[in-house]
Design a protein around this ligand. Structure first.
Ligand SMILES: Cc1cc2nc3c(=O)[nH]c(=O)nc-3n(C[C@H](O)[C@H](O)[C@H](O)COP(=O)(O)O)c2cc1C
Length: 213
């Protein structure tokens, strides 16, 4: 069926995108997430585009505290290393930021890329395309979560090998995203890192070019 959307649908989609936030541990509530909500997020992920229709994604839904603890330990180790990479002024600011919600979120989802053993249509020149497809799946989940008033926070300050070990990932699977999922006390109206003056919002005219840079 050639589905046609109404203008109001695009307004709604825009609203969902505008109000999507990265949610960290300071904002998760401890309300349990029903299984069917997690299933809706996974179903949204599976609708994502993928290079050569390869669907190179794998999802591990984590509720076990001992696994979360291992990932959290890795976050703490990596944070020690990360802080030192920034200037003295940024270091102080960095230390005040809450950059994960691993233990506060009732559910974590580790998202992996499983490389194909044979050539993938569309991935023969730009080999990163499989990983980018997995990112598309994550964005689908993020938007569906927001439409369900569920928060997701993406945590990348972890050692992927430690996360792989914690969930018994196959050798060739690569961690793409580690997501903290839960109901929230509050969705901020703007990115928290903008509010905390870590980075400014870029202007459209500084990032969009016509014909040439
Ligand atoms: C690939 C990726 C990795 C991210 N990793 C982290 C992270 O490790 N910790 C964190 O607090 N936020 C992380 N974020 C969230 C960003 O900080 C957030 O998206 C950005 O500040 C804009 O805020 P918003 O998502 O609320 O609009 C990540 C986002 C993306 C897309």
């Amino acid at each position: 069926m050639n589905k046609i959307f109404e203008p109001s649908d695009s307004i709604l989609l825009n609203e969902i995108m505008r109000h999507r936030r990265d949610v960290r541990g300071n904002r998760f509530s401890d309300k349990k997430i029903p299984n069917d909500v997690i299933e809706q997020l996974l179903d949204a992920a599976l609708l994502a585009p993928s290079v050569g229709y390869s669907q190179p994604w794998q999802f591990v839904v984590i509720e076990e505290e001992s696994i979360k603890q291992k990932v959290y330990d890795s976050f703490c180790e990596q944070t020690e290393h990360a802080v030192n990479l920034f200037s003295d002024q940024k270091k102080q600011q960095y230390k005040k930021l809450k950059l994960e919600g691993i233990k506060e979120a009732p559910v974590n989802i580790a998202v992996f890329y499983q490389p194909s053993q044979s050539p993938v249509l569309g991935q023969t020149s730009m080999t990163e395309m499989g990983r980018f497809s997995v990112v598309c799946a994550i964005q689908n989940m993020w938007l569906m979560a927001r439409a369900l008033n569920v928060g997701i926070g993406w945590v990348s300050i972890v050692d992927p090998q430690k996360v792989k070990a914690a969930v018994n990932a196959p050798q060739d699977s690569e961690l793409v995203g580690y997501l903290c999922v839960g109901y929230v006390n509050e969705f901020l109206d703007e990115p928290e890192l903008k509010k905390m003056a870590w980075n400014k919002q870029k202007d459209k005219q500084d990032v969009v070019f016509k014909n040439k840079f």
